[in-house]
Design a protein around this ligand. Structure first.
Ligand code: HEC
Length: 142
C-alpha cells in the first residue's frame, strides 16, 4: 500500500490547515454579503432572558430611535434617511416574516452586524440588545 500523499494533496492539507481557521474567523465577523443572512442554529436557540414589559420596551424604543432609525426607519419599513441617502436596503423590520426569526437569531445579527449595518456587540450591552429586540417585535405588522 502506498502511504505517501501526492504533493498536490499535501499542499491542499497545508492550505486548509492555515486558511481554514483564518477564513472562519473572517466570516464570523462579517458574513458574506451575497449569502442570505442566517444565524447559526446554536445562536438562534439562545433564549431571551429579558421579559417584555413596559420598562424593557421603553429602553428598547430609546435605543431604536437613537441607533437604528436612520436606516430602518421609524416604523421599521427600511426607509430611514440614511437608507435613502446611501441607496442601501436595510431589512424591513416591519415585515410579518420577522416573526419567524427567533429572538436568538436577531440577537446574533445585532451582535455581529453585516455591512453596512454596524455590529452592536461592543456598542450595546447584552440587556440592551434584548431590549431592542423586544421593541422590534412591536414593529412587525400582523
Ligand atoms: C447603517 C444602516 C443600519 C443601521 C444603523 C442599522 N441597521 Fe440593521 N440592517 C441594515 C441592513 C442594510 C440590513 C440588511 C442586511 C442584509 O440582510 O444584507 C440590516 C438587517 C437587520 C436585521 C436582520 C433582519 C432579518 O430579517 O434578518 C436586524 C434584526 C437589524 N438589522 C436590526 C437593527 C437594529 C436593532 C439596529 C440598531 C441597534 C440596526 N439594525 C441598525 C442596516 C442598518
Amino acid at each position: 500500500m502506498n502511504t505517501r500523499l501526492s504533493p498536490r494533496l499535501k499542499l491542499l492539507g497545508i492550505l486548509t490547515a492555515f486558511l481554514g481557521p483564518a477564513l472562519a474567523a473572517v466570516s464570523e465577523e462579517q458574513p458574506d454579503a451575497k449569502e442570505k443572512w442566517a444565524a447559526p442554529a446554536g445562536e438562534a436557540r439562545k433564549r431571551n432572558p429579558v421579559a417584555i414589559n413596559e420598562s424593557s420596551l421603553a429602553a428598547g424604543q430609546k435605543i431604536y430611535l437613537k441607533r437604528c432609525v436612520a436606516c430602518h426607519g421609524k416604523t421599521g419599513n427600511g426607509d430611514g434617511p440614511d437608507a435613502v441617502d446611501l441607496g442601501i436596503h436595510p431589512a424591513k423590520l416591519s415585515d410579518p416574516g420577522l416573526r419567524e426569526e427567533a429572538d436568538g437569531a436577531l440577537f446574533w445579527k445585532i451582535t455581529v452586524g453585516k455591512k453596512p449595518m454596524p455590529n452592536y456587540g461592543t456598542r450595546l450591552s447584552p440587556t440592551d440588545r434584548w431590549n431592542v429586540i423586544n421593541y422590534l417585535r412591536t414593529l412587525a405588522r400582523r
